[in-house]
Design a protein around this ligand. Structure first.
Ligand SMILES: Nc1ncnc2c1ncn2[C@@H]1O[C@H](COP(=O)(O)OP(=O)(O)OP(=O)(O)O)[C@@H](O)[C@H]1O
Ligand SMILES: [Mg+2]
Length: 796
């Protein structure tokens, strides 16, 4: 089977393009964006109505701004020629498959297809011999090697490669099932756990037996209680009757007691009352007696007379009092005047004493001055003393300078001897200096004494005489004033008033005493009068009380006769009350018992209901527990089954994978040997699909290979994979390979190696390669050159 022709209408950069393919190697060349890959995409679209696994292939394919377009692919298979066509149309924003343009011709005759798109797909699968779940994926694995795919296959990580290849070989299905089963198993385990816990937590069969026993016990006890209650009720009735009878007896006896107590209390009360009255009478009588004694001397006439006398004396006392006050004022005045005179006299005496002293002093001074004047020296005498003072001062100075010299020279100026001690010098000279000083002082005193002249002294004498006469005059004036004070008269006056005052005072005192006595007497008489009245009142009160006692005694007699009629005995009442108490106590005991029994019955009945419900629940739970146990057994069985199955699946996957790898290894080795004949190293694939190179015992990395060797490995690897996939996918034989830019990313050496390798492939009918590389044209059976002109791809 080969592709013979493709027609493109409004596909990507292609407006209308017709390309013819030949058997063998077809090389499509052209610059970037000239429309090369668009051709291979169109082949895929024609065959499957899709490009890759992506979405929006319509938008990717239909030429921009074009309303519709189409791809028509011709396939030669043996003697038959098939023409597969698919249309595209723009609907609003989207681009859809145009069913009306889809068709298949076989040998120029339209094949009748009912459900177009899917029918076309299954028809194409038949032409291509692909019987897989996902024919497009199978085609991309076996036939269509996309841009960059070769490079990636060799150099990508083991993980990527494994996933990719496992995906191709659909081994990941096992993995998915294996993983899914883990989830299922864990779910089952969870459920088993829940069941086990439920069983564990669920009730024990013994619980039912226990509850049943409890119910039966309660029932028996309730029956007992009912019987006891009946008996007690009969007893209670009897007690009620007995109590009623006893009650009325006690009540009668109590009323008797009440009556008796009431009367006897009243009797006691009345007796006490009489007693109290009697005591009061006795008290009043004592009082009357005492009062009577007090007023034995009471004279009513004397009282009237006394009042008159009292008033008269009061008037006299008042006037005497006034007189005393007046005299007192006079006395005060006379005393004041007499005291003033004494004070004045003392003052003058003091003054006189001072003046006398002054006069004495002045007279002494006067006598002294008289002597001084008589002995007063002349003024020359004075100058002479002054001269002598300065002479002595000069001598003193000389001695002082000699003293200095002597200290310095160490020889005494006075005695001419050697001085042994400084102190000695000082002593000698100081003695002399002191003598000089004493002389100076004496002369200075003399000078002072004679400093006043005779004239001056006489002047002073006159002054003193004048002052003396003035002082004497003052003294005689003081004497005059002393005489004028008249002290004797003042004293006589004072004493006279004083005498009068004392007499008047004494008189007043006597009168006051008399008045006091009369007042006391009057007071006593008043008191006596009051007591006399009180005695009368008290006598009257005694009469009243005696009257009351009489009436109370009558009432008491009446009560005493009444109490005799009441028939009451304390012992009898006590006995009755005790009997009643006994009946009441018994009734209470029965009542208490009945209440307790009722309570117990109620409690037990409630417990019974509760226990019966519990029993029901327990039975349900046990039933459920049994069901769960049964289910659990089933689940455990299922779990075992599943776990075994899961293990089997893993084993199957490993087995299939191993088988694939062995197949893959042999295909790869054959392919590689076709491409290269290497003797210095051998090449293989490990269980993780990695290429392993070994030289002797040494293992090498695929990266150590040369560019050409790498490319050869890559092509052998990819073609082996194609073959393996075709076998697995049920494709009888793959005769076609489409390669998009297998050279991209390869250097010159690699490209040459690739070119050589491709020429050595001899079991494929047709190879279509899209490439930039001009050099590849050399190995082509058919060259298709493309370029873009004004945004449109054209062949040239
Ligand atoms: N729907 C479209 N309408 C018009 N032009 C499109 C559309 N889709 C893609 N193109 C353009 O078509 C041109 C051809 O694309 P294509 O992929 O075929 O180029 P190529 O020749 O394979 O280039 P490269 O060598 O880079 O792979 C490109 O310039 C691309 O931008
Ligand atoms: Mg391209």
């Amino acid at each position: 089977m080969i592709l013979s022709e493709i027609n493109l209408e409004n596909i990507r950069s292609h407006s209308i393009t017709k390309i013819k393919f030949s058997e063998g190697i077809n090389i499509i060349t052209g610059n970037t964006g000239s429309g090369k890959s668009s051709i291979l995409m169109s082949v895929e679209y024609a065959l499957f109505g899709k490009i890759g696994e992506g979405k929006d292939e319509g938008k990717m394919l239909l030429r921009r701004n074009a309303k519709d377009g189409s791809v028509t692919l011709k396939i030669l298979d043996g003697k038959n020629e098939y023409e597969v066509s698919r249309g595209l149309k723009r609907v609003n924003e989207a681009v859809r498959n145009d069913d009306s343009k889809n068709y298949i011709n076989k040998d120029n005759t339209r094949v009748d297809l009912q459900n177009r798109a899917s029918d076309i797909n299954s028809y194409v699968n038949r032409i291509l011999n692909i019987y897989s779940e996902n024919p497009l994926k199978m085609f991309e694995t076996i036939t269509y090697i996309k841009q960059d795919e070769l490079k990636n296959l060799i150099f990508e990580t083991g993980q990527y490669k494994q996933e990719y290849i496992d995906g191709l070989l659909q081994l990941n299905k096992y993995l998915t099932v294996y993983e899914k089963m883990r989830e299922i198993i864990s779910e089952i385990k969870k459920e088993i756990d829940i069941d086990r816990k439920e069983i564990e937590l669920s009730v024990d069969e013994n619980e039912i037996i226990k509850t049943e026993t409890k119910i039966n016990e309660n029932k028996t006890r309730i029956e007992q209680i009912k019987k006891q209650e009946e008996n007690d009720n009969i007893l209670l009735e009897n007690k009620k009757i007995a109590k009623k009878q006893k009650d009325s007896e006690v009540e009668f006896e109590r009323s008797q007691k009440l009556k008796f107590t009431k009367i006897s209390t009243e009797i006691k009360l009345k007796e006490a009352e009489i007693e109290k009255y009697r005591a009061e009478i006795a008290k009043i009588q004592v009082k009357i007696e005492q009062d009577s004694k007090k007023i034995l001397s009471f004279d009513e006439k004397r009282k009237d007379y006394l009042d008159k006398e009292l008033k008269e004396i009061e008037i006299i006392v008042e006037s005497e009092n006034e007189q005393v006050k007046k005299t007192y004022a006079e006395l005060y005045k006379a005393e004041y005047s007499y005291k003033n005179t004494i004070d004045e006299k003392n003052k003058l005496k003091e003054e006189e004493k001072r003046e006398k002293l002054n006069v004495l002093g002045l007279e002494k001074e006067k006598t002294e001055l008289e002597t001084q004047i008589a002995n007063a020296p002349d003024s020359e005498n004075k100058d002479e003393i002054k001269g002598r003072i300065s002479e002595v001062q000069t001598i003193k100075r000389e001695i002082e300078s000699e003293k200095e010299k002597a200290i310095k020279s160490g020889t005494c100026q006075l005695c001419g001897e050697k001085i042994t001690s400084e102190e000695h010098i000082k002593e000698e000279y100081n003695k002399k200096i002191k003598e000089c000083e004493e002389k100076i002082s004496k002369l200075s005193k003399d000078y002072e004494n004679i400093k006043l002249s005779k004239n001056e002294l006489e002047k002073r004498f006159e002054t003193i005489k004048l002052r003396l006469s003035t002082e004497n005059e003052k003294l005689s004036a003081i004497n005059d004033r002393l005489i004028a004070l008249d002290e004797e008269n003042r004293k006589a006056e004072y004493e006279q008033v004083k005498k009068r005052y004392d007499e008047e005072n004494k008189k007043l005192e006597n009168l006051s005493n008399q008045l006091k006595k009369l007042r006391e007497e009057s007071k006593l008489l008043n008191e006596h009068e009051k007591i006399a009245i009180e005695i009368k009142n008290n006598s009257k009160r005694i009469e009243e009380i005696e009257e009351t006692i009489k009436s109370t005694s009558n009432y008491l007699e009446k009560l005493q006769s009444e109490i005799k009629d009441v028939n009451f005995q304390e012992d009898h009442l006590k006995k009755l009350e005790e009997e009643l108490k006994l009946i009441t106590d018994e009734t209470n005991t029965i009542n208490y018992r009945i209440t307790e029994l009722k309570k117990e019955k109620e409690m037990r009945e409630n417990q019974l209901i509760y226990d019966e419900n519990i029993l029901k629940e327990l039975e349900i739970k046990i039933k459920k527990k049994m069901e769960v146990t049964e289910k659990l057994a089933k689940k455990e069985k299922l779990l075992k089954l599943m776990s075994n199955l899961r293990e089997d699946i893993r084993n199957i996957r490993e087995y299939v994978r191993l088988r694939f790898i062995n197949e893959f290894r042999s295909l790869f080795k054959t392919r590689f040997e076709e491409l290269r004949n290497e003797s210095d190293y051998s090449i293989d694939i490990d269980k993780n699909y990695n290429v392993v190179i070994s030289a002797g015992n040494e293992e090498m990395d695929a990266r150590t290979l040369s560019g050409g060797e790498k490319t050869s490995v890559a092509i052998a690897y990819r073609l082996a994979l194609s073959s393996l996939a075709s076998i697995l996918g049920g494709v009888s034989k793959n005769e076609l390979i489409l390669m998009d830019e297998p050279t991209s990313g390869l250097d010159k050496e690699d490209i040459n190696a690739l070119t050589n390798a491709i020429t050595r492939i001899n079991d494929l009918k047709q190879i279509i390669i899209v490439t930039h590389e001009d050099s590849m044209k050399n190995i082509a059976d058919n060259v298709i050159k493309l370029k873009k002109n004004g945004g449109v791809s054209i062949l040239y």
